[in-house]
Write a protein that binds this ligand. Structure first.
Ligand code: NAI
Ligand code: MG
Length: 346
């Protein structure tokens, strides 16, 4: 299986090293081989050559089975340049319309909330919605300056993401929450709600609720245990999944998968966190988000056995106070955590 590796910037490079070590350990014990091709795309390349990736970068990626990405973004390069110069084009041209963000509690990871245990998945629409280029700015610099940005919701786009979420809920505990805001956003989100209700008819075994996004935002903190699968638009899913990561104890452990469920294009796996310039180079980045993302990649590549072994290694490692990084209240370095993960997965 051929993996394109884009470590990116800052701690992206550090945590991708850990993910590769974990993958090497588990592929050796499970009898398969991964080959990696590393790309130096990111902000350093942008500063040097004026582009985050080469002009044919998106074509190059097509030949791979999966993409493993660290993080992109660095002070000096505007964040919208780094995001729209690499990550968003990959998601869109590879038709990765599902952004899957599982989150759960682990023994040894303290959460800031009352509820002791939860385990849910945020399914974020990943290629349309509020993150669109449709719009413009007028009268720049004058008092009547204005900006317009259009949200794009298509029947095809909403149907496939909501269908994916219902199917996932059917495989899990059979409960779906649709994050909406159709009381205030009166065009796109009533349309979203209608399609959710339509899709529900195809999944009679799944219980579901539509809730205005402010309600799940509060309940993620107060009663996270009540959720199983939560589906939301691009913007809602983005914010809810970061909130979910924080509620689970640290953004450093949260993984994500950008999936093309049709498998026509490679899917991309990356931790939820960014390049963390504040801790880059200090050796304390938590590698668990990247390693868990690698486990999601193994699952997608048809190796659920190996994925389960990686997750078990994460559980074992987090349960030990001596192998927790500072974001989890520990003192371990990324190297110590990685060594523990590799030992446990071997
Ligand atoms: P960030 O996720 O990089 O950092 C937020 C806070 O969490 C920081 O205090 C950081 O030290 C901490 N943190 C993040 N990951 C950690 C880890 N693995 N272990 C321990 N602590 C961790 O988000 P921020 O600061 O908003 O953005 C920094 C840069 O990253 C920006 O350029 C931003 O655009 C980019 N970014 C890129 C993303 C991506 O590539 N998918 C996602 C989010 C941000
Ligand atoms: Mg985010």
């Amino acid at each position: 299986m051929r993996i394109a590796v884009i470590p990116g910037d800052g701690i992206g490079r550090e945590v991708i090293g850990a993910a590769r070590d974990a993958l090497d350990a588990v592929s050796a014990t499970h009898g398969f081989k991964l080959s990696y091709t590393e790309f130096d795309w990111g902000c350093e390349r942008y500063t040097r050559e004026g582009a985050m990736m080469p002009a044919d970068g998106l074509d190059v990626l097509r030949d791979f089975d999966s993409i493993l990405l660290g993080a992109v973004g660095w002070p000096g390069v505007p964040d919208h340049v780094s995001l729209w110069g690499l990550l968003i084009p990959i998601r869109r041209t590879s038709r990765q319309y599902v952004n899957l963000r599982p989150i759960r509690t682990f023994t040894g990871v303290e959460t800031p909330v009352r509820e002791a245990e939860f385990d849910f998945v945020v399914v974020r629409e990943n290629v349309e919605g509020e993150y669109s280029e449709a719009g413009g700015r007028l009268n720049r610099g004058f008092p009547d300056e204005l900006a317009i940005q259009e949200a794009i919701f298509t029947r095809a786009g909403v149907t496939r993401i909501v269908g994916h979420a219902f199917a996932l809920a059917a495989l899990r505990r059979g409960y779906l929450t649709s994050a909406t805001k159709s009381n205030g956003i009166v065009q796109t989100l009533p349309f979203w709600d209608e399609i959710v209700a339509e899709r529900a008819e195809h999944h009679p075994g799944v219980r579901w609720d539509a809730e205005h996004i402010d309600a799940p935002a509060a309940k993620f903190v107060l009663q996270p245990g009540r959720f199983d699968v939560v589906v939301g638009s691009n913007l809602f899913g983005d914010i809810l999944s970061d909130l979910a990561a924080a509620v689970a104890g640290s953004i450093g452990i949260a993984p994500s998968a950008n999936l093309d469920p049709t498998r026509e294009f490679p899917s991309m796996f990356e931790p939820v966190h960014g390049s963390a310039p504040d801790i880059a180079g200090t050796g304390v980045a938590n590698p668990v988000g990247a390693v868990w993302s690698a486990a999601l990649m193994l699952e997608h590549l048809g190796r659920p056995d190996a994925a389960a072994a990686v997750l078990a290694a994460i559980e074992t490692t987090l349960a030990q106070p001596s192998t927790r990084t500072p974001d989890l209240g520990g003192t371990a370095s990324i190297r110590e955590v990685t060594e523990a993960l590799v030992r446990s997965a071997s």
